[in-house]
Design a protein around this ligand. Sequence first.
Ligand SMILES: [Mn+2]
Length: 365
Amino acid sequence: MIDRNELHAMKTAARFDEFGNTRFPTMAKRAVELGLEPADSIKSEGMSCFARTNLGPTYTSHETFLRSPFCEDIHKVSEYDVAVVGIPYDSGASNRSGTRLGPAGIRHASSQISPFNPDYGVDLYENIKLCDAGDIYTLPANAEKTFDQITKGIGYIFSQGVTPIVLGGDHSTTFPTLRGISKYIDGNIGVIHIDRHSDCDAIQMDEKMHGTEWYHSTHLPNLSAKNLVQIGIGGNCCKSWSKFTRDSGCTAISMEDIDKYGIDKVAELALDIAWKGCKAVYVSLDIDVLEAAFCPGTGTPDFGGMLPRELLRLLKLVTAPGICGMDVVEVSPPFDVSEITSLAASRCIINVLCNLALNKSLYKH
Ligand SMILES: [Mn+2]
């Protein structure tokens, strides 16, 4: 019979105290110093609001967007105009997962792109003070605590006078993002939502999944459905979509409308509705609005969506007057091919930032 105490594993375990335990408390303290205390609902030691040191989740990205400076100490984020921030969370995905790796995928793809953009004649390194604020520390097992982290983190960036550009993550993250931003806007906020799907159920699989963010966002005190414009809608939408669109007062624009009226007229209508009575407008881009051939790496690909140049033209027109923030969600690198989808997301963000620089329309507050 083997002597239990002679087992290698048991001997090693018995030496636990000899290993010392100074590294974890030091790193935990530094994580909170640099990345804020976590949301009040989180009790575990060593967790912070922004994932700092290497105590964050393993899928947190350490590469920066467009190789911009990493704002490790989040208290210094106010030194920048724009902060790119990742939300590696995909527990709201009802179909294919993998968007927790979206921020890492988009950052990696963006590192191949030049900060100089000949389409706009703008060099982002020269024209915008851009940083990467790293990722929000997300909790895959708990949506509400993750949402609290997102609301606190994105709200903090916005409260420091910085425009947040959010890398998703699945689309459920947009609700806590808007909850964070909207409370710092003294007035109403409008939204231009570009997506193949309307995501407007109150509840999905009994939870706030990635098909529910517009129901909850339009119940925020200063965000009315009357200022919500959804562009690209069609394909694989739930039946409940028609009820929300009919009853809430939001405006849905389908691919057929885009074919009929063209991108320029659609953008004009979207701006008119989103800005009506509002102090600021937010843009939420679900990458699955692109025809599936151009975005294989996403949770719910759909056939018959926008072509890349239609999407770039739409973004150019709707972001020209300025935005208070933007997200690009639903990039799922495990399903991607040759980084097509991550590259599409990177290009959309870079073009929008160049557009803000060109029009001098960065959000001021
Ligand atoms: Mn969506």
